[in-house]
Design a protein around this ligand. Structure first.
Ligand code: NAP
Length: 483
């Protein structure tokens, strides 16, 4: 890996401001999914390390919370500046361990950094209330206070942004954290910790525990009553486990879980906008985001033209190692991911779908998959009920607004939905009828630090980013003063 600053490549865990090895220096390999080569051996810590991280976080949190919000914001601002100053190295680390094209990795660093900046500002705007008292000789007010130490578990598909989106509001509020990154992408997390250290974020406020035994690390976080909140991004299955494990200590929970996004193209849509939006939503990160379009519903009148144009756009995509110039689609993260995509395509073809382009492994070998378009999809197919997490567009034909809203909502998930239409009334009617946490109209990309991100139903609890994000890390204390 060619870095301007090779000292950003950390391979030990970061606990209480120190770089920590596992007992007997146990390590696990991190591989580059584009080449299959091992790029680093990272400390494989166990549940005992989580407990020592919590031991460090508890006093660190109290001291950090005692500082003024303005002071915390200034330190965070330093972290933000360092992330920007080292953006290119962070992008190289990210692409090498995760596979997304370098242009997308640069975008993720910029996007991830905005959460640090945004929540540094929000820290200074946390305000309690003074309420009109219903009792003449009493006064009512509220304080907003940090929840305390929180546990965070993050996925591999956004190795930087999913960390900053959780850690920034938490530390802005005066909390401290113990975070476990995904085992495929620990290097981005450790580089962020190195920059936080350089920025002067005090020892114990951010702790990163790397390790292969996610179930033991997770349950230790959930069962320790000194951890007052869990924040998780990942699969619905694991989200449910964490919620169950946290029941005994009744923690606050934020869960950003799986999606099954419908993308609806109405006859009256601008077709150029719809194609550009579909390509951006579907093929970003090789289709491996929780908000990627999973079911593409196209109305009768525009269906054939849309399918033709989507095939042309998919065929024009450059697939390859994300570090190569102009590559728009990298490899799939691992074999398991590749197998699931193949399974979904085979199931659709078995049940009568028509293959318009792609459909199999790419000539590049490894975990590369061809950009694929399937037509004639039906609700009986696996892709209707489960996210594919790959570069496969499945097209469903529909006739009426009622029909498509019913199909779009016919899923346990409710994260993001997309609609393409030139009709304002339809835009409002359909947006209101969709049972989703986020609706993106006439654009395939909507994420920003300013908009609230989160889902309903089995897609999770709580909102990240936006003016609401910091509330997830605050408790409201009511104070009644007798005069
Ligand atoms: P995953 O298996 O749930 O893994 C996510 C994280 O949970 C990883 O750090 C993983 O550790 C850890 N983990 C796994 N089993 C665990 C357990 N029993 N206890 C505690 N932690 C455990 O998810 P994934 O398949 O890697 O990620 C993709 C999923 O994330 C998709 O469903 C996607 O939709 C969702 N996602 C949601 C959002 C959102 O904001 N809603 C954003 C991005 C992704 P290891 O890596 O060590 O196994």
């Amino acid at each position: 890996m060619n870095l301007n600053d090779p000292t950003l490549l950390r391979t030990d865990s970061y606990i209480n401001g120190e770089w920590v090895q596992a007992p007997q220096n146990r390590r696990f390999a991190v591989t580059n999914p584009a080449t299959g080569k091992v790029i680093a051996e990272v400390a494989d810590l166990d549940a005992a390390a989580v407990t020592s991280a919590i031991d460090a976080a508890v006093p660190a949190q109290a001291a950090w919370a005692a500082r003024t919000a303005k002071d915390r914001a200034m330190v965070m601002r330093g972290w933000y500046e360092l992330v920007l100053a080292n953006a290119e190295d962070l992008a190289v680390i990210l692409t090498t361990e995760m596979g997304k094209p370098i242009a997308e990795a640069r975008g993720e660093i910029a996007y991830g950094a905005t959460f640090i900046d945004w929540f540094a500002e929000e820290a200074r705007r946390v305000c309690g209330d003074v309420m009109e008292s219903p009792i003449p000789d009493k006064r009512f007010l509220t304080f907003k206070q940090p929840v305390g130490v929180f546990g965070a578990i993050t996925p591999w598909n956004f190795p930087i942004a999913m960390i900053t989106r959780k850690v920034s509001p938490g530390i802005a509020a005066g909390c401290a954290c113990v975070l476990k990154p995904a085992e495929q992408t620990p290097l981005s997390a450790l580089a962020l910790a190195e920059l936080a250290h350089r920025a002067g974020i005090p020892a114990g406020v951010i702790n990163i525990v790397t390790g292969m035994d996610a179930p033991a690390i997770g349950s230790t976080m959930c069962e320790d009553d000194r951890i007052r909140k869990m924040t998780f991004t990942g699969s619905t299955e694991v989200g449910r486990i964490l919620m169950r494990q946290s029941a005994g200590t009744l923690k606050k929970m934020s869960l950003e879980l799986g999606g099954n996004a419908p993308l609806i193209v109405f006859d009256d849509a601008d077709i150029d906008t719809a194609i550009a939006g579909t390509m951006a939503s579907k093929y970003r990160n090789a289709g491996q985001t929780c908000v990627c379009a999973n079911r593409i519903f196209v109305q009768d009148g525009i269906y054939d033209e849309f399918a033709k144009r989507l095939v042309a756009a998919s065929d024009a995509m450059k697939v390859g190692d994300g570090m190569e110039d102009g590559v728009e689609q990298g490899p799939i993260i691992d074999r398991q991911g590749l197998d699931k995509i193949e399974r979904h395509v085979a199931d659709a073809l078995d049940k009568g779908a028509e293959l318009l382009t792609g459909g199999g492994r790419h000539d590049l070998g490894g975990t590369f998959f061809q950009p694929t378009v399937l037509s004639g999809m039906t609700p009986q197919m696996q892709m209707f009920g489960e996210e594919t997490f790959g570069p496969v567009s499945g097209l469903f034909r529909f006739s009426t607004d009622e029909e498509v809203v019913a199909m779009a909502n016919d899923t346990e998930f409710g994260l993001a939905a997309y609609i393409f239409t030139d009709s304002t009334t339809r835009l409002f009617r359909v947006s209101e009828a969709l049972e989703y946490g986020m609706v993106s109209a006439n654009t395939g990309i909507f994420s920003s630090e300013v908009g609230p991100f989160g889902g309903v139903k089995s897609s999770g609890l709580g909102r990240e980013g936006s003016k609401y994000g910091i509330d997830e890390f605050l408790e409201i204390k009511f104070v009644c003063v007798g005069l």
